[in-house]
Design a protein around this ligand. Structure first.
Ligand SMILES: [Zn+2]
Ligand SMILES: [Zn+2]
Length: 303
Protein backbone atom coordinates (compact mmCIF):
# COMPACT_ATOMS: atom_id res chain seq x y z
CA UNK A 1 0.00 0.00 0.00
CA UNK A 2 1.31 3.47 -0.89
CA UNK A 3 0.58 6.39 1.44
CA UNK A 4 1.08 9.97 0.36
CA UNK A 5 0.96 13.41 1.95
CA UNK A 6 0.85 16.12 -0.70
CA UNK A 7 1.36 18.90 1.88
CA UNK A 8 4.57 17.32 3.13
CA UNK A 9 5.51 16.09 -0.41
CA UNK A 10 6.11 12.62 0.96
CA UNK A 11 5.21 9.08 -0.11
CA UNK A 12 5.85 5.73 1.48
CA UNK A 13 5.09 2.11 0.61
CA UNK A 14 4.19 -0.22 3.47
CA UNK A 15 5.39 -3.73 2.53
CA UNK A 16 5.52 -5.78 5.74
CA UNK A 17 6.29 -8.96 3.74
CA UNK A 18 9.82 -7.57 3.15
CA UNK A 19 10.52 -7.84 6.90
CA UNK A 20 11.27 -11.55 6.33
CA UNK A 21 13.97 -10.89 3.70
CA UNK A 22 17.12 -12.83 4.60
CA UNK A 23 20.58 -11.28 4.53
CA UNK A 24 22.88 -13.49 2.42
CA UNK A 25 26.49 -12.43 2.27
CA UNK A 26 29.48 -14.63 1.46
CA UNK A 27 27.75 -18.01 1.49
CA UNK A 28 27.02 -19.01 -2.10
CA UNK A 29 25.33 -22.25 -0.91
CA UNK A 30 22.41 -20.27 0.50
CA UNK A 31 22.16 -17.84 -2.40
CA UNK A 32 18.96 -18.03 -4.49
CA UNK A 33 20.68 -16.21 -7.38
CA UNK A 34 23.42 -18.83 -7.85
CA UNK A 35 23.04 -21.51 -10.57
CA UNK A 36 21.50 -24.70 -9.14
CA UNK A 37 19.10 -22.80 -6.89
CA UNK A 38 16.41 -22.32 -9.53
CA UNK A 39 13.80 -23.92 -7.28
CA UNK A 40 13.99 -20.81 -5.06
CA UNK A 41 12.70 -18.76 -7.99
CA UNK A 42 9.02 -18.85 -8.98
CA UNK A 43 9.22 -17.24 -12.40
CA UNK A 44 11.97 -16.52 -14.92
CA UNK A 45 10.86 -13.41 -16.81
CA UNK A 46 13.82 -13.07 -19.22
CA UNK A 47 17.04 -14.98 -19.63
CA UNK A 48 20.19 -14.59 -21.72
CA UNK A 49 22.33 -17.71 -22.06
CA UNK A 50 26.03 -17.82 -22.82
CA UNK A 51 28.26 -20.63 -24.05
CA UNK A 52 29.69 -22.73 -21.22
CA UNK A 53 27.90 -20.68 -18.55
CA UNK A 54 24.50 -21.42 -16.98
CA UNK A 55 23.31 -17.91 -17.84
CA UNK A 56 24.63 -14.43 -18.43
CA UNK A 57 21.64 -12.41 -17.29
CA UNK A 58 18.46 -13.74 -15.68
CA UNK A 59 15.45 -11.60 -14.76
CA UNK A 60 13.16 -13.19 -12.17
CA UNK A 61 10.34 -12.26 -9.81
CA UNK A 62 11.33 -10.69 -6.49
CA UNK A 63 10.28 -13.08 -3.75
CA UNK A 64 9.51 -10.13 -1.46
CA UNK A 65 7.75 -7.67 -3.82
CA UNK A 66 6.98 -4.13 -2.68
CA UNK A 67 3.77 -4.19 -4.74
CA UNK A 68 0.73 -6.23 -3.80
CA UNK A 69 -2.43 -5.99 -5.88
CA UNK A 70 -4.50 -7.49 -3.02
CA UNK A 71 -3.39 -4.63 -0.80
CA UNK A 72 -4.06 -1.94 -3.39
CA UNK A 73 -0.65 -1.40 -4.96
CA UNK A 74 -0.54 -2.85 -8.48
CA UNK A 75 2.89 -3.36 -9.99
CA UNK A 76 5.82 -5.57 -10.94
CA UNK A 77 8.95 -6.22 -8.89
CA UNK A 78 11.81 -7.99 -10.67
CA UNK A 79 15.35 -8.97 -9.76
CA UNK A 80 17.94 -8.80 -12.55
CA UNK A 81 20.72 -11.30 -11.77
CA UNK A 82 23.52 -9.86 -13.88
CA UNK A 83 26.09 -12.65 -13.41
CA UNK A 84 26.02 -16.36 -12.52
CA UNK A 85 29.13 -15.83 -10.37
CA UNK A 86 28.32 -15.20 -6.69
CA UNK A 87 31.38 -13.09 -5.98
CA UNK A 88 31.83 -11.26 -9.32
CA UNK A 89 32.07 -7.48 -9.01
CA UNK A 90 30.38 -5.46 -11.79
CA UNK A 91 33.55 -3.40 -12.28
CA UNK A 92 35.17 -6.62 -13.55
CA UNK A 93 32.41 -7.46 -16.06
CA UNK A 94 33.60 -7.14 -19.66
CA UNK A 95 32.14 -4.28 -21.71
CA UNK A 96 30.32 -6.92 -23.77
CA UNK A 97 28.77 -8.35 -20.59
CA UNK A 98 27.66 -4.87 -19.48
CA UNK A 99 26.06 -4.36 -22.88
CA UNK A 100 24.07 -7.61 -22.52
CA UNK A 101 22.92 -6.55 -19.03
CA UNK A 102 21.72 -3.13 -20.22
CA UNK A 103 20.03 -4.48 -23.37
CA UNK A 104 18.27 -7.21 -21.33
CA UNK A 105 16.98 -4.65 -18.83
CA UNK A 106 15.74 -2.46 -21.68
CA UNK A 107 13.91 -5.45 -23.23
CA UNK A 108 12.25 -6.09 -19.87
CA UNK A 109 11.46 -2.35 -19.55
CA UNK A 110 9.53 -2.55 -22.85
CA UNK A 111 7.71 -5.74 -21.78
CA UNK A 112 6.59 -4.07 -18.55
CA UNK A 113 5.69 -0.76 -20.26
CA UNK A 114 3.19 -2.62 -22.47
CA UNK A 115 0.97 -3.09 -19.42
CA UNK A 116 -1.40 -0.08 -19.67
CA UNK A 117 -1.82 0.00 -15.89
CA UNK A 118 1.88 0.76 -15.25
CA UNK A 119 2.79 4.46 -15.09
CA UNK A 120 6.28 4.45 -13.59
CA UNK A 121 9.32 2.15 -13.88
CA UNK A 122 12.34 2.45 -11.59
CA UNK A 123 15.55 0.53 -12.31
CA UNK A 124 18.27 0.53 -9.66
CA UNK A 125 21.18 -1.41 -8.29
CA UNK A 126 22.12 -1.77 -4.63
CA UNK A 127 25.60 -3.22 -4.21
CA UNK A 128 26.93 -3.91 -0.73
CA UNK A 129 25.34 -3.78 2.70
CA UNK A 130 25.66 0.00 3.08
CA UNK A 131 23.74 0.44 -0.18
CA UNK A 132 20.80 -1.64 1.08
CA UNK A 133 21.63 -4.93 -0.70
CA UNK A 134 20.39 -7.95 1.24
CA UNK A 135 22.16 -10.44 -1.06
CA UNK A 136 25.85 -10.11 -1.92
CA UNK A 137 25.43 -11.71 -5.38
CA UNK A 138 25.39 -8.81 -7.88
CA UNK A 139 21.89 -7.89 -9.07
CA UNK A 140 19.58 -5.04 -10.04
CA UNK A 141 15.92 -4.46 -9.27
CA UNK A 142 13.07 -3.17 -11.41
CA UNK A 143 10.04 -1.79 -9.59
CA UNK A 144 7.15 -0.77 -11.84
CA UNK A 145 4.02 0.72 -10.32
CA UNK A 146 0.54 1.76 -11.39
CA UNK A 147 0.85 4.71 -9.01
CA UNK A 148 3.80 7.11 -9.46
CA UNK A 149 5.06 8.21 -6.01
CA UNK A 150 3.98 11.77 -5.17
CA UNK A 151 7.54 13.02 -4.77
CA UNK A 152 8.37 11.78 -8.29
CA UNK A 153 5.20 13.27 -9.80
CA UNK A 154 5.96 16.68 -8.36
CA UNK A 155 9.58 16.40 -9.57
CA UNK A 156 8.35 15.53 -13.08
CA UNK A 157 6.01 18.55 -13.09
CA UNK A 158 8.82 20.82 -11.95
CA UNK A 159 11.17 19.40 -14.57
CA UNK A 160 8.57 19.86 -17.32
CA UNK A 161 8.11 23.54 -16.38
CA UNK A 162 11.72 24.39 -17.31
CA UNK A 163 12.36 25.64 -20.86
CA UNK A 164 15.20 27.88 -22.07
CA UNK A 165 14.71 30.52 -24.81
CA UNK A 166 15.16 27.87 -27.51
CA UNK A 167 12.71 25.50 -25.82
CA UNK A 168 15.40 23.12 -24.50
CA UNK A 169 14.87 21.10 -21.33
CA UNK A 170 16.92 21.56 -18.16
CA UNK A 171 19.58 18.95 -19.03
CA UNK A 172 19.82 19.92 -22.72
CA UNK A 173 20.59 23.45 -21.45
CA UNK A 174 22.98 22.19 -18.78
CA UNK A 175 24.94 20.10 -21.29
CA UNK A 176 25.83 23.34 -23.11
CA UNK A 177 26.67 25.42 -20.07
CA UNK A 178 28.33 23.12 -17.52
CA UNK A 179 31.78 24.29 -16.31
CA UNK A 180 34.52 21.95 -17.48
CA UNK A 181 35.79 21.40 -13.90
CA UNK A 182 32.64 19.33 -13.27
CA UNK A 183 33.14 17.11 -16.33
CA UNK A 184 34.79 13.72 -15.71
CA UNK A 185 34.69 12.38 -19.26
CA UNK A 186 32.66 12.51 -22.41
CA UNK A 187 31.72 10.06 -25.17
CA UNK A 188 29.60 10.42 -28.29
CA UNK A 189 26.36 9.71 -26.40
CA UNK A 190 27.11 10.53 -22.75
CA UNK A 191 28.57 13.15 -20.46
CA UNK A 192 29.88 11.97 -17.07
CA UNK A 193 29.85 14.75 -14.50
CA UNK A 194 30.24 15.41 -10.81
CA UNK A 195 26.93 17.28 -10.25
CA UNK A 196 27.23 20.75 -8.75
CA UNK A 197 24.55 19.86 -6.19
CA UNK A 198 26.17 16.58 -5.15
CA UNK A 199 24.30 15.17 -2.19
CA UNK A 200 26.86 12.44 -1.62
CA UNK A 201 30.66 12.38 -1.66
CA UNK A 202 31.93 11.19 -5.07
CA UNK A 203 28.48 11.23 -6.67
CA UNK A 204 28.62 10.81 -10.48
CA UNK A 205 25.94 11.36 -13.11
CA UNK A 206 25.90 9.98 -16.64
CA UNK A 207 23.70 12.27 -18.72
CA UNK A 208 22.41 11.21 -22.14
CA UNK A 209 23.63 13.82 -24.63
CA UNK A 210 20.52 13.49 -26.75
CA UNK A 211 17.10 14.28 -25.35
CA UNK A 212 15.66 10.90 -24.33
CA UNK A 213 12.75 10.84 -21.94
CA UNK A 214 13.44 7.48 -20.34
CA UNK A 215 15.50 4.29 -20.51
CA UNK A 216 13.19 2.77 -23.12
CA UNK A 217 14.20 5.44 -25.65
CA UNK A 218 17.97 4.83 -25.57
CA UNK A 219 19.45 3.42 -28.78
CA UNK A 220 21.77 0.41 -29.04
CA UNK A 221 24.92 2.52 -29.46
CA UNK A 222 24.09 4.58 -26.36
CA UNK A 223 23.49 1.39 -24.32
CA UNK A 224 26.79 -0.06 -25.51
CA UNK A 225 28.71 3.07 -24.51
CA UNK A 226 26.81 3.29 -21.23
CA UNK A 227 28.05 -0.15 -20.15
CA UNK A 228 31.67 0.86 -20.72
CA UNK A 229 31.14 4.10 -18.78
CA UNK A 230 29.48 2.42 -15.80
CA UNK A 231 32.37 -0.03 -15.69
CA UNK A 232 34.88 2.84 -15.71
CA UNK A 233 33.08 4.76 -12.97
CA UNK A 234 32.96 1.64 -10.76
CA UNK A 235 36.66 0.99 -11.41
CA UNK A 236 37.33 4.56 -10.27
CA UNK A 237 35.19 4.14 -7.14
CA UNK A 238 37.06 0.95 -6.29
CA UNK A 239 40.28 2.96 -6.12
CA UNK A 240 38.64 5.56 -3.85
CA UNK A 241 37.20 2.87 -1.52
CA UNK A 242 37.98 -0.76 -2.50
CA UNK A 243 34.93 -3.07 -2.44
CA UNK A 244 32.74 -0.21 -1.21
CA UNK A 245 28.95 -0.18 -1.41
CA UNK A 246 27.23 1.84 -4.14
CA UNK A 247 23.85 2.53 -5.71
CA UNK A 248 23.06 3.09 -9.38
CA UNK A 249 19.70 4.77 -10.12
CA UNK A 250 18.17 5.31 -13.55
CA UNK A 251 16.26 8.60 -13.62
CA UNK A 252 13.71 9.36 -16.33
CA UNK A 253 10.17 10.53 -16.95
CA UNK A 254 6.81 8.80 -16.63
CA UNK A 255 5.84 6.29 -19.29
CA UNK A 256 2.25 7.40 -19.94
CA UNK A 257 2.29 11.16 -19.45
CA UNK A 258 3.29 13.93 -21.84
CA UNK A 259 5.65 15.61 -19.35
CA UNK A 260 9.16 16.25 -20.64
CA UNK A 261 12.11 14.63 -18.89
CA UNK A 262 15.71 13.82 -19.78
CA UNK A 263 17.28 10.47 -18.93
CA UNK A 264 20.35 10.28 -16.71
CA UNK A 265 21.99 7.83 -14.32
CA UNK A 266 23.10 8.58 -10.76
CA UNK A 267 25.99 6.53 -9.34
CA UNK A 268 26.42 7.01 -5.63
CA UNK A 269 29.15 5.41 -3.50
CA UNK A 270 27.81 4.88 0.02
CA UNK A 271 30.68 6.11 2.10
CA UNK A 272 28.70 7.37 5.08
CA UNK A 273 25.30 7.20 6.73
CA UNK A 274 22.57 9.81 6.64
CA UNK A 275 22.61 11.65 9.92
CA UNK A 276 20.10 13.77 11.83
CA UNK A 277 20.63 16.96 9.81
CA UNK A 278 20.08 15.15 6.49
CA UNK A 279 17.02 13.32 7.80
CA UNK A 280 15.58 16.56 9.20
CA UNK A 281 16.25 18.80 6.21
CA UNK A 282 16.77 16.60 3.12
CA UNK A 283 19.86 18.80 2.63
CA UNK A 284 23.03 16.71 2.58
CA UNK A 285 26.39 17.63 4.04
CA UNK A 286 28.98 16.48 1.49
CA UNK A 287 32.64 16.44 2.51
CA UNK A 288 34.04 16.16 -1.04
CA UNK A 289 33.63 19.11 -3.44
CA UNK A 290 32.26 17.84 -6.79
CA UNK A 291 35.15 19.58 -8.63
CA UNK A 292 37.58 17.60 -6.42
CA UNK A 293 35.68 14.39 -7.21
CA UNK A 294 35.82 15.12 -10.97
CA UNK A 295 39.59 15.68 -10.72
CA UNK A 296 40.11 12.53 -8.61
CA UNK A 297 38.18 10.42 -11.14
CA UNK A 298 40.02 11.99 -14.09
CA UNK A 299 43.37 11.20 -12.44
CA UNK A 300 42.36 7.60 -11.67
CA UNK A 301 40.91 6.92 -15.11
CA UNK A 302 43.95 8.42 -16.85
CA UNK A 303 46.20 5.77 -15.24
ZN1 LIG B 1 24.97 -16.26 -5.47
ZN1 LIG C 1 16.74 17.33 -22.78
Amino acid sequence: MMYEDSYLVKSCIIAENRRDKPYIDEVADACPFCPGHESDIDEIRLQVKEHAKPFQVKIVNNKYPVCDTQKGLYGVHDVVIDTPDHLAHPKDFTEMHWEVVLISMQKRWHQIAKDPKISFIQIFKNYGKNAGASIKHSHWQIIALAQTPYSIRSQHLQYHAFKDKEGNCYFCTKLKTIEKEYIIFETKNWLAIAPEVSQFAHETWLISKSHKKHYGELGEEALKECGGLLKRVLMGYDKVRPSGSFNICFIGGGIRDSLEHHFYIKIIPRLGEWAGFELATNCYINTVHPKTHAQVMKNILRQ
